[in-house]
Design a protein around this ligand. Structure first.
Ligand SMILES: *Cc1c(COP(=O)(O)O)cnc(C)c1O
Length: 486
């Protein structure tokens, strides 16, 4: 048999199914109007293919579900905790772990332990909860990612890399004493799921060792990052993702983890550490904020599912199928010249709304409008990652105008099939062909913090008229209505 695999076919078969509800265009017009043109406010039942997020949305295996039945729900010293700790040691190589209810619980404890007011925490682009906990502890986040990460057309294979000069400049400017650690995020989410290279991490390690700065890995999608290293970094092709992950972790002092992403579970996370003194401190804090240090806010059964998820998620054939599916969708869109962020990332395909809808000005929310148009077209739910997500500048009160105005199509792990990806691609392409009919939005309600979750919108006058015409045209249209009332 040839060594080269021709396809990324799933390394599993389906045992349990969950029926999807299909809706008519007219039904969706009502639903999106009631959700105020914000996909976060839609009811999940009204969604056909849900690409809002890959967080906690994975399908568990029969092995994981069997493990759920072996939950040891003791308050202290659950056997599932020891299994989880063993798996973290085996695959990530950190000797100490503290479970947390999810990733932000670990970020909270780490920030509280290490950040003093006035400190600076460099990172390869921000992540919402990570930065929020750094700021809550009195620190200031500084972005040290390579410039290419901010350019959706740059084909740089490692757009998650740290720009070493930016890091050195920051050390010169504020002094190493005021930088407790650098936060190194794998598969950088806000840049489009972009990996860093092992070579870059080694350089970061060198600079940090020189200056006595720790490195904490945000390992949430470290396995997916390892897969990209295997695919493109010179000399890594014959190595397994497990070996590469071990190398990544060996270069760092610990990690924060949201198990809801890589680890194929619906909830859970952990903080992992090398330093025993720090571990003892973390044990004190976790008791205050999460739960005893052997459960940290997780049920025994959930720790067991995560322990088993680690073993499944690190397999090369799982990662090839998982990322292969994302690439499959991305390539379908590229073939039709739909503008997307390149290279295609590990967990999502990002539509470039700025190029998709050049006729909508940024303050009329092109990416938000595109999520609404896509839902109207087919019931596919996506997420805005543009001016709405960026929020307002706290000083001037003006909108922040981010360089990236994106719509994220996030693929849950092991949930949808290739045929679902075909439908998603067809829907996006249909929107692209009718893009001049899509109009801007106006915001009618704006929460003060993290506004993207609950903001409300309505279509600007011209688009509202088109939508009304569309509605009258589609009355009685039942091609895909499956037995529910309009
Ligand atoms: C989701 C996520 C987190 C936060 O984890 P939660 O489990 O949602 O609390 C942190 N970092 C990254 C990169 C994430 O994607």
């Amino acid at each position: 048999m040839s060594k080269r695999r021709r396809s990324w076919a799933e390394p599993y078969k389906i045992k349990v199914v969950e029926p999807l509800r299909m809706t008519t265009r007219r039904y969706r017009e009502r639903a999106i109007e009631q959700a105020h043109y914000n996909t976060f406010l839609l009811r999940s039942e009204d969604v056909y293919i849900d690409l809002l997020t890959d967080s906690g949305t994975a399908a568990m295996s029969d092995y994981q579900w069997a493990g759920m039945m072996q939950g040891d729900e003791a308050y202290a010293g659950s056997k599932n905790f020891y299994h989880l700790a063993d798996m973290v040691r085996k695959y990530y190589g950190y000797p100490y772990i503290v479970p947390t209810h999810q990733g932000r619980g670990a970020e909270h404890i780490l920030a509280k332990m290490l950040i003093r007011p006035g400190d600076f925490i460099p990172g390869n682009m921000y992540f919402t909860t990570t930065r929020a906990h750094q700021e809550l502890a009195g620190g200031t986040f500084r972005d040290v990612i390579v410039d290419q990460a901010h350019d959706p057309t740059s084909l740089h294979p490692f757009k998650g890399n740290v720009d070493i000069h930016k890091l050195e400049r920051l050390i010169d400017e504020v002094g190493a004493d005021n930088i407790p650690y650098i936060n190194m995020q794998a598969s950088v989410n806000m840049a489009g799921g972009q990996p860093f290279s092992l070579a870059n991490l080694r350089q970061v390690r060198q600079v940090c060792t020189e200056h006595g700065i720790k490195i904490f890995l945000d390992a949430t999608r470290a396995m997916e990052n390892a897969w990209f290293i295997k695919m493109v970094e010179p000399g890594q092709q014959e190595r397994s993702c497990a070996q590469i992950l071990a190398d990544m972790c060996a270069l760092t002092d610990g990690c924060t983890m949201s198990g809801k992403k890589d680890l194929l579970v619906n909830v859970g996370g952990f903080l992992a550490l090398r330093d025993e003194r720090l571990y003892r401190k973390a044990c004190e804090l976790v008791v205050l904020y999460e739960g005893l240090h052997t459960y940290g806010g997780m049920a025994g059964r959930d720790m067991e599912a995560m322990a088993r998820g680690i073993e499944e998620a690190i397999q090369d054939d799982h990662l090839a199928a998982r990322i292969g599916q994302v690439q499959y969708l991305g390539h379908k869109l590229l073939a039709e010249k739909v503008p997307i962020v390149q290279p295609i990332g590990g967990h999502a395909v990002y539509l470039d709304a700025a190029r998709f809808l050049p006729h909508i000005r940024q303050h009329e929310f092109p990416a938000q409008a595109l999520t609404a148009a896509l839902y109207l077209e087919s019931g596919v739910r996506a997420m805005e990652r543009g001016i709405v997500s960026a929020g307002r500048d706290p000083v001037s009160g003006e909108h922040r105008y981010p360089k990236l105005e994106l719509v994220r199509l996030t693929i849950p792990r092991r949930v949808y099939t290739q045929a679902h990806m075909d439908v998603v691609a067809e829907s996006v392409i249909a929107c692209y062909e009718q893009r001049t009919n899509i109009g801007g939005l106006e915001m009618t309600y704006e929460p003060e913090t993290l506004r993207f979750f609950q903001a409300e919108f309505k279509p600007l006058a011209a688009w509202a008229t088109t939508l009304r015409q569309e509605e009258s045209r589609t009355v009685g249209y039942r091609r895909d209505a499956s037995g529910f009332k309009i």
